[in-house]
Every structure is written in structure tokens, then in C-alpha cells.
Design a protein around this ligand. Structure first.
Ligand code: FES
Length: 243
């Protein structure tokens, strides 16, 4: 499939920055950044620390056996095709998360943000499950000091796999009334585009209707969905980026 020029630049920036985590750019890319045509990418020292020294990363099958988890979650990112697995350990008496391990095929930003998430939910004796369910990607980004906007969807991988792991724990322990299902709803009847597709587009950097339509083709045939799609874009922008 032929890649768009902008996508190739993004990929170039991604691979260079993700692997080295220091600003090394191809001359053409450098020129585009200077001209304001490409977003400046910046990684905080906290992001670099969690990328180079990830906390609670699963390193071997033996580690997993010793861990004896109570819940497991696994998600893939529609925005980039990466994957995240997470295992949690629960203090059942106090309803707290006291342990967490993760494994990912995601990028450096996914490693750093999930590492930070695992710290947040296990620090100070563990977080109450109810509280952990309220963590938003923007809370993780705040603790990291920041994350380039185009890498924001990477922080959602950890967040979603945690929710799945908690649901798995509820299932295993018969607490079915506590399971939270995040379903998808079709908004564009012609192309069967769902609210989840809109969510992924916003997480992938499309922040207005035109940009979301370019990515998803939403509203091209079914124009009646456009007001609803605009509402959803605002909702997800608020949810993930705040302000
Ligand atoms: S680009 Fe896929 S997880 Fe970051």
C-alpha cells in the first residue's frame, strides 16, 4: 500500500525517536520541523527513564508463574497495530491492586506510559480497584511530565489492558455485576463506522471533523451522522486531552 508523504515522515520520526530517544532527524524532516510543518517531538526525562528502565515489565515465563495473577487483559491498538498484555494481583480483602506486570510489542512511549501506570496503581500499598478504573490516559501523561500528542494513543494501550484485567478478575471471582463493558455503537450506517473508530481517529491525532473524515471516510455517504460525529470528536478530545 502506498504511504502518504506525511505518514512516512511520522514513521521516520517515530522509528528514530523511539529507538534512540534522542533527537536525531533526517535533514528533510529537520527542515519540515523548522518550517512548522511537522509537530516538534519532545520526550521528558521521566519518559526516558521509564523507557530505559521499565518498572514491572514481564521478563520471563518464570516471572509470570511466580506472580500468580488474579486477572489478565490483552489489547491491540487499532491506531498502530501494537499489542499490550497485562497481569494484575489483587488484595481481595481490601479490593486493592497490589501487583502488576506487563508485556508489550508497542513503542517506547507505550513502554514508558504503561510502566508509569503500573507504578501509579501499585504504589503506597496499592490502589483501590474503583480508583484504578477512573485513571485516564491524561493522568498517566501528567505523571510522565508530558508526551508528544501524536504518541498519546500509546498511553491508552496500558489503560485499556488494565480495564480488561480488572474485568477478568471480576469474572474469575463471580463479581459479574462489577464488569464494565465498553461496547461499540454504529454511527455511520452506510460504512458501518462506530464510535470506537472515531475514538481511535481522535487518539491518532485527528482533532476536527475534516481530519477524522480523512482517516475514516465517516459521513461521506451517510451525511445524517455528521452532527453526532462532531459531538463524539469533542467528547473524546475532552476525555483524552482535557481542557
Ligand atoms: S505507536 Fe503503537 S504503541 Fe506507540
Amino acid at each position: 500500500m502506498k504511504m502518504e508523504k506525511e505518514e512516512m515522515i511520522d514513521d521516520e520520526l517515530s522509528s528514530v525517536n523511539e529507538l534512540k530517544v534522542i533527537p536525531m532527524r533526517h535533514k528533510d524532516v529537520e527542515a519540515k520541523v523548522k518550517a512548522g510543518k511537522v509537530e516538534e517531538w519532545f520526550y521528558t526525562d521521566i519518559v526516558k527513564d521509564h523507557f530505559f528502565n521499565p518498572r514491572n515489565l514481564l521478563r520471563s515465563d518464570d516471572d509470570l508463574k511466580k506472580f500468580a495473577h488474579d486477572g489478565y487483559g490483552s489489547v491491540g491498538a487499532a491506531a498502530c497495530g501494537d499489542k499490550m498484555d497485562m497481569w494484575i494481583k489483587i488484595d481481595k480483602e481490601n479490593d486493592k491492586i497490589i501487583g502488576c506486570l506487563f508485556k508489550t510489542f508497542g513503542c517506547g512511549s507505550a513502554i514508558a506510559s504503561t510502566s508509569m501506570l503500573t507504578v501509579m496503581i501499585t504504589e503506597n500499598g496499592g490502589m483501590l480497584i474503583e480508583q484504578a478504573l477512573k485513571i485516564k490516559p491524561q493522568d498517566i501523561v501528567k505523571r510522565l511530565g508530558d508526551l508528544p500528542q501524536r504518541k498519546f494513543h500509546c498511553s491508552v494501550l496500558g489503560d485499556k489492558s488494565l480495564r480488561q484485567a480488572i474485568n477478568d478478575y471480576f469474572r474469575r471471582t463471580g463479581q459479574n455485576d462489577r464488569i464494565v463493558i465498553e461496547g461499540a455503537q454504529v454511527v455511520d450506517m452506510a460504512l458501518k463506522i462506530t464510535d470506537k473508530d472515531i475514538e481511535e481517529a481522535v487518539l491518532d491525532g485527528a482533532h476536527d471533523f475534516e481530519a477524522v473524515q480523512k482517516k475514516t471516510k465517516v459521513g461521506v455517504h451517510d451525511k445524517s451522522c455528521i452532527p453526532k460525529v462532531k459531538e463524539l470528536i469533542e467528547f473524546y478530545k475532552q476525555k483524552y486531552y482535557g481542557g
